[in-house]
Write a protein that binds this ligand. Structure first.
Ligand code: PRP
Ligand code: ADE
Length: 170
């Protein structure tokens, strides 16, 4: 299945000079949605146990939940500042078109739990790196960071010290 056809380039969004990869046509296609979730679950090495999948707000929630269901794992949301109701740890970070703060609940991960981090796009890697640091702070073991797509020309991989995998590369 050619899912690249269902990802469109939007120039100058959200800022001049950025070519935004819009996954909404892919999400709207029922066959493509199941296909990409299956592909993401298959990126994880066979026999690698995963206790929890982290999805990064907002686009990481959609496939993150579908991967968790496929792996029989729990789902943990990492959210933008001020959205999680209980006690949190926070990390500020920079991404391709700005900066922000991400948070995780302090009790979301137990020490030694095996974690898959999922997001839709790996661009500069700032977002994923911040999430890795939050997981490390809680004592989780990161099995893999996986993405629908990697924008290889931005070298996000170089920022991350864990196995990286993606369904599509640009
Ligand atoms: O590798 P980076 O340069 O850090 O960029 C990748 C991040 O940028 C986008 O999130 P965004 O903050 O736009 O949030 P959204 O999912 O809420 O749209 C994308 O979903 C990743 O989380
Ligand atoms: N170019 C891009 N398209 C979509 N999401 C992104 N997140 C960071 N850079 C992005």
């Amino acid at each position: 299945m050619n899912i690249k056809e269902l990802i469109r380039d939007i120039p100058d969004f959200p800022k001049p000079g950025i070519i935004f990869k819009d996954i909404t046509p892919l999400l709207a296609n029922s066959e493509a949605l199941v296909y990409v979730a299956d592909q993401l679950a298959e990126l994880i090495p066979t026999n690698a146990k995963v206790d929890k999948v982290i999805g990064i707000e907002a686009r990481g929630f959609i496939l993150g939940g579908m991967i968790a269901q496929r792996l029989g794992a729990g789902f943990v949301p990492v959210r933008k500042k001020g959205k999680l109701p209980s006690d949190t740890y926070s990390k500020s970070y920079g991404l391709e078109y700005g900066e922000d703060v991400l948070e995780i609940h302090q009790d979301a991960i137990k020490k030694g739990e095996r974690i898959l981090i999922h997001d839709d796009v790996l661009a500069t890697g700032g977002t994923a790196k911040a999430v890795c640091e939050l997981v490390e702070q809680l004592g989780g073991e990161i099995v893999q960071c996986n993405f629908i797509m990697e924008l290889s020309f931005l070298n996000g991989k170089d920022k991350l010290d864990y196995p990286i995998a993606s369904v599509l590369q640009y």
